[in-house]
Design a protein around this ligand. Structure first.
Ligand SMILES: [Zn+2]
Length: 291
């Protein structure tokens, strides 16, 4: 349900930030001391005094929301709309009445703060790549990248402005990982599959050559489908889960067309977070049973 009360009142938004931020108790953002006392307020935000370093701070100090003249409730709304409804940043700039630069800076500040997914593969694992067109762009080149679209077919590299994005679907845990890379080559693939439970990991791929070296490696049990031969999914050997996840990735990136390839990682981490937050409950239950 949409938390409308948070977006409608700065006091409710401030209260939410306070609860989330200090869930393990209030500590000084400068010296980490927990010898703090309440010390007045800064607008809707609680202020504190650190008895260790004698400095004051408030609920926003040291967070991505500090030093913003825009109300916290509007930033929370922006992040919510971005994650939940895949709203483009240019749409948001009109909704909350700020400049293009401001909304980009704040939302990207948020996505940069997201952690990389930590892989812990159980298997069997499907792995596949999708290639998105993302350039090293300035705003003046927006038009050009827009016309090219994000879902150009064929394999590419980071250098050719079509960085590969690996999709890994772990059937053992129900987890999906979306990880951009500089190139779709053997060393990248080995690195992606390195964090695993078993000595030997069952890996399903398509016929792409970069996966071939896995065949002669004892650490992997590779099976593959060759799409061009008109081969169909056989005995569960397929990468269909990756393919349907790839279409979700494309849909996620589509309102943000023309994003720079340097920012692809952070946008995809936001996509990863979105899936964790809004996964259908039945699926969560199923995967936790499997664990
Ligand atoms: Zn302190």
């Amino acid at each position: 349900m949409i938390p409308l009360d948070v977006f409608g009142s700065e006091a409710v938004a401030a209260n939410l930030l306070q609860q989330v931020r200090w869930c393990d108790g209030v500590t000084c953002p400068r010296c980490r001391s927990d010898r703090t006392v309440r010390n007045g307020s800064y607008r809707e935000f609680q202020r504190y005094l650190c008895k260790n370093c004698d400095r004051t701070f408030n609920d926003k100090t040291g967070t991505i929301f500090a030093y913003s003249k825009i109300a916290l409730r509007l930033w929370l709304f922006s992040i919510y709309a971005f994650l939940r409804f895949n709203t483009s940043l240019s749409q948001l700039q009109y909704e909350i009445g700020v400049t293009h630069k401001t909304v980009h800076r704040r939302i990207e500040c948020f996505t940069r703060a997201l952690d990389a997914p930590s892989l812990d593969l159980v298997g069997p694992v499907e792995i596949d790549e999708v290639y998105v067109s993302a350039e090293k762009k300035g705003r003046e080149r927006d038009q050009e990248s827009r016309s090219r679209g994000l879902s150009t077919r064929g394999r590419g590299t980071y250098g050719s402005d079509k960085p590969p994005v690996f999709i890994i679907a772990d059937r053992g845990t129900g987890q999906r990982y979306v990880i951009p890379a500089k190139a779709a080559d053997e060393s990248t693939i080995r690195l992606l599959l390195a964090d695993r439970h078993q000595e030997s990991l069952t890996v399903y791929t398509d016929g792409f050559r970069a996966y071939e070296p896995l065949e002669s490696d004892d650490a992997f049990d590779r099976e593959y489908v060759v799409h061009s031969d008109g081969e169909y999914a056989d005995d569960g050997v397929h990468v269909n889960t990756c393919e349907s996840h790839a279409s979700l990735v494309r849909r996620w990136l589509s309102p943000h067309r023309g994003i720079s390839k340097d920012k692809l990682t952070q946008y995809l981490r936001a996509f990863q977070l979105r899936r964790e937050l809004y996964r259908k409950p039945s699926r969560v239950a199923k995967s936790s049973r499997a664990q």
